[in-house]
Design a protein around this ligand. Structure first.
Ligand code: MN
Ligand code: MN
Length: 321
């Protein structure tokens, strides 16, 4: 039922396996589209994995996520939210990276998000490896540092790799703090686990005041209690949500480059986002889905289901009624 907002193509009108697979079957609108100013949330692909240190593949993520997103319907079964009746959503297409030049790629991504911001659009990104978040934050945090809720099995806070390489998917949030893009006292990282090289990343977190909630604490205290604390940490100021699919246990999300066992299940993967309802979310991303390792397609489907939960909380923030 349309209330004048852009509507996805319904599976009741055209079977979901038919048609061109845009994000959630929404209209595609480039930044030059004559109705671009009406868009509230823009879904954007960043097909790029030049920051990957181990198993690659997230450059193929956006295309696979678009295909899987044809499974998404208009209403959230858990919360009842109908995002496409609250705000205007559109698929803004992909940022074209330069796979042979990491800094040129980051500049292109930041420039694209500058244009998105200039139109008043809140971006919801499909990566891409986790380095994708850094050039996005360089745009979104231009006015002031942001808070962040970060779901991941890794902190991505290392100083450098391979003897001095500063820009990888294991370093984006170290750079973001150094560049003043994040207010570390308003950053919470949830789900951290697995074997590590050393404590260099968590020592840094401690030194700047980033709250790290390891998976042992997550399961001991319970999802509900942990998310209450996460909300208190970011407060009501502008907040970014960054979601690495490897937050989820590899039983449910094997299609990623750096899986870690002992993680949340696919229900918990969605439920944590429902607890973000009402926060001042100014952008979000879902990264590290790697289709070459996703033989069942289930990781991509979980990825777009996560994007739909993010979209629902973003829509209720932008139009609280
Ligand atoms: Mn990550
Ligand atoms: Mn990770």
């Amino acid at each position: 039922m349309s209330r004048g907002f852009f509507q996805p193509v319904s599976g009741m009108d055209l079977p979901r396996f038919a048609g061109v697979p845009t994000f959630m079957r929404l209209p595609v609108m480039g930044l030059g589209h004559d109705r671009i100013k009406e868009v509230n949330v823009g879904l954007i692909g960043v097909p790029w994995d030049s920051g990957t240190t181990n198993r690659p593949g997230p450059r193929h993520g956006p295309r696979q996520l678009r295909d899987a997103s044809t499974m998404i319907r208009a209403q959230n079964g858990a919360t009842g939210v109908r995002p496409f009746d609250l705000i205007n959503c559109a698929d803004l297409g992909d940022v074209g990276p330069n796979p042979a030049d990491i800094h040129d790629s980051m500049d292109r991504i930041t420039a694209f998000y500058d244009d998105v911001r200039a139109q008043g659009i809140t971006p919801l990104t499909a990566g891409g490896d986790h380095l994708t978040s850094l050039p996005i934050l360089r745009s979104l945090a231009k006015d002031s540092p942001l808070g962040m809720v970060h779901f991941d099995s890794h902190t991505d806070l290392y100083h450098s790799y391979f003897g001095g390489t500063m820009f990888t998917h294991g370093t984006p949030f170290r750079r973001a703090v150094e560049e003043g893009l994040l207010d570390p006292k308003r950053v919470v990282q949830i789900g951290i686990r697995g074997s590590t090289y050393d404590n260099e990343d968590t020592d840094f977190a401690k030194s700047v005041g980033i709250r790290v909630i390891r998976i042992e604490e997550f399961f001991r205290r319970g999802l509900e209690d942990v998310m209450v604390e996460a909300r208190e940490i970011v407060g009501d100021q502008p907040t970014y949500v960054s979601y690495d699919i490897d937050f989820v246990d590899p039983t449910f999300a094997p299609g990623t480059g750096t899986p870690e066992v002992g993680g949340p299940n696919s229900f918990q993967a969605l439920e944590v986002l429902r607890k973000l309802d009402g926060l001042n979310i100014i952008g979000a991303d879902m990264v590290e889905v790697s289709p070459p390792f996703d033989s069942s397609g289930g990781t991509a489907f979980l990825g777009v289901s996560i994007m739909f939960e993010l979209l629902c909380v973003m829509a209720t923030h932008l139009n609280p009624r």
